[in-house]
Design a protein around this ligand. Sequence first.
Ligand code: AMP
Length: 279
Amino acid sequence: MRLILLGPPGAGKGTQAQRLIHKHNIVQLSTGEMLRAAVAAQTPVGLRAKDIMASGGLVPDEIVIGIISDRLDQPDMKNGFILDGFPRTVPQAEALDDLLRKKHMRLDAVIELRVNESALLSRVETRVAEMRARGEEVRIDDTPEVLSKRLASYRSLTEPLIHYYSERRKLLTVDGMMTIEHVTREINRILAAIGAVETRTTRKPARMAARKTVRPARKAAKVAKKAGKKPAKTARKAGKATSGRTRKTVRGSAKGSGKGLARQGGKAAKKVTKKRAKA
Ligand code: AMP
């Protein structure tokens, strides 16, 4: 599973990424974390990034794209990843598209955590207080002044990605104002609905079994129609029954379809709930 988490600073991307990597056994790629590690280790990249990060600006594209490209080549990427904090601009998103194409990787979805801006400052204040209480070092860019700069940068440079991924039918929007637990549940629900996660509704054997029976039955009906004959009863029946089953299974998995993923996910999830209630 390959995902991008999109949202302003304080939206909960890091928290949700942590929960997703444990549940789905994938890796979190946070450019912010990687850059902070580079700053701490005083590598050449860290030395270039240090002051930019402290002031809330964006580190040059070639640095972050280089970091991501190297990381995607590591063997632990095989199960998938969550990108957190990258891409942050349209040129970075275009560069990512290129990278993924060259590396023969496909993005499953982009999850946007939508939050009220007014809540962000208090969230970041809470994060700082919790880090202090745990005796952890507090980020130097977690101050009200730098946060407002990071927010402005999000609005002007990162928000256009919502349109970018929506046009490419990749965007799934989740209400990030719910509790952490609710947000996680909602993300997992829509991932299941688009078929990024295997669930009871997206069982492959059922779909494959349906296909096997549909094809010969439909073929027989077609041949009979061409010959001007009424198709054999069994062929018509088999065609009807199995095509019904096929439709249901396909609806459960909107992955790769031409329609809006979020909307389809909602429908599919409703169907799952109904089915479960019946069972
Ligand atoms: P974050 O932890 O995602 O809030 O990132 C912390 C800081 O790292 C940002 O304010 C930027 O200075 C820098 N940074 C992280 N990701 C990127 C990126 N994709 N492009 C440019 N700068 C980045």
